[in-house]
Design a protein around this ligand. Structure first.
Ligand code: ZN
Ligand code: ZN
Ligand code: ZN
Length: 97
């Protein structure tokens, strides 16, 4: 079951201005980049700037972090059900209280 969930920005940083998404569907269907190469993931992250879905740093390919390095899109949120936290790569900080 998936649901339209809010993105927790109770403790925002200056980079929040560069993002557009405030609600996401959890869970995400899968890591876009892993699906292309037949890879596997552990957890998924949404990019709040463009909606890209990538896998976390516990996953072999770490596509969410690679997406940040490729695009400089600063903030991701969890794509896991029941998790609403957001994270800024630039500040290395969680943006929820
Ligand atoms: Zn930031
Ligand atoms: Zn991936
Ligand atoms: Zn992005």
């Amino acid at each position: 079951m998936s649901s339209r969930d809010f993105v927790d920005l109770t403790s925002p940083c200056e980079h929040v201005a560069e993002t557009t998404l405030r609600h996401v569907t959890r869970p995400a269907a899968g890591c876009e980049d892993c699906l292309k190469i037949g890879g596997r993931w552990v957890h998924l992250r949404y990019c709040l700037t463009c909606g890209h879905v990538g896998c976390c740093d516990s996953s072999p390919n770490r596509h969410a972090t690679k997406h940040f390095h490729a695009t400089r899109h600063p903030i991701v949120t969890s794509a896991e059900p029941g998790e609403t936290w957001t994270y800024c790569y630039v500040d290395d900080a969680v943006l929820s209280a």
